[in-house]
Design a protein. Structure first.
Length: 277
């Protein structure tokens, strides 16, 4: 059972501010279960929730949990001038979608599809930056991204794969990314250190994190995930062994190809099953 093109803002219909919900079977669960939310990547400038229908169906079937996939507005591929959609707007849309999912009563005549007090979030590529900007404290640079308390407490775990976290470190490995998507998304700066999520402080220690990186990824290199993993371990200190995990040796396919196979789905499923015990 699937519910598609659900608007998550009070404004007029906008397909870039809609989400889809996939259930693991054709029946609405008797007792609402936790919700998985997958936020797509695409360098802040491409992709759509519809691109990930097969992944969402596979994830719902494997975990037996409902899966939500939101869209968000994108930076134009060929922006003219500086007056265009950019950071933190993408993350603000993702935050709006998450707020909506914690208060939505479900489709009319159907009712609640999941437990709004129990969310597992999944960010891939640029959306790993978006989620870490929201659920670590980026209020000094992007105060609009600070999550409301009810949402923060509802998020039990965050899974991030092939993530972008440190923009300057990324540009040291891939200098052509500056013109391709970093400058259009964040503006022109000599350094993007202010937007690095590997320097952000914790808001609270209850969220558990899984950092995933494929050995076959040629678009985002392993130092990104290693930097975030080490940062989270430093933040959590003695709690790190039970709060922060990584998987950097199991996958060997390309950046987006991990979404097309079942190995990635199994990694997520196994992580969630361990959290439930």
């Amino acid at each position: 059972m699937e519910f598609v093109d659900i608007g998550y803002t009070a404004e007029d219909s906008d397909e870039l501010r809609e989400l889809d919900v996939y259930l693991p079977s054709d029946a609405v669960p008797v007792e609402p279960r936790p919700l998985l939310v997958f936020v797509h990547g695409g360098a802040w400038r491409s992709e759509d929730k519809r691109d990930h229908r097969i992944f969402a169906r596979n994830l719902a079937a494997a975990t037996r949990l409902p899966v939500a996939v939101p869209n968000y507005r994108l930076t134009p591929r060929d922006p003219s001038g500086d007056d265009h959609f950019r950071h933190p707007g993408h993350a603000e849309d993702a935050l709006d979608a998450l707020r909506f999912l914690t208060t939505w009563p479900g489709p009319p005549g159907v009712g609640l599809l999941y437990d709004p007090h129990s969310l597992y979030l999944i960010g891939h590529s640029c959306s790993a930056h978006m989620l870490s900007s929201i659920f670590l404290d980026s209020s000094s640079i992007s105060p609009s991204l600070f999550p409301p308390p009810h949402l923060f407490q509802a998020v039990k775990a965050i899974i991030m794969s092939e993530g972008i976290y440190d923009l300057d470190l990324l540009l040291s490995s891939f200098p052509t990314y500056l013109a391709w998507f970093i400058r259009p998304t964040f503006g022109q700066y000599d350094s993007y250190a202010a937007y690095s999520t590997t320097t952000l402080p914790l808001i609270d220690t209850h969220i558990k994190w899984l950092i995933i990186h494929s050995k076959g990824d040629t678009l985002v290199d392993l130092p990104q995930s290693e930097a975030m993993y080490q940062h989270l371990c430093n933040l959590y200190g003695d709690h790190a062994p039970t709060r922060v995990q990584r998987n950097t040796d199991q996958l060997d396919t390309e950046h987006n190809d991990i979404l097309r196979g079942l190995d990635y789905v199994d990694i997520i499923k196994d992580f969630i099953l361990k959290l439930d015990h």
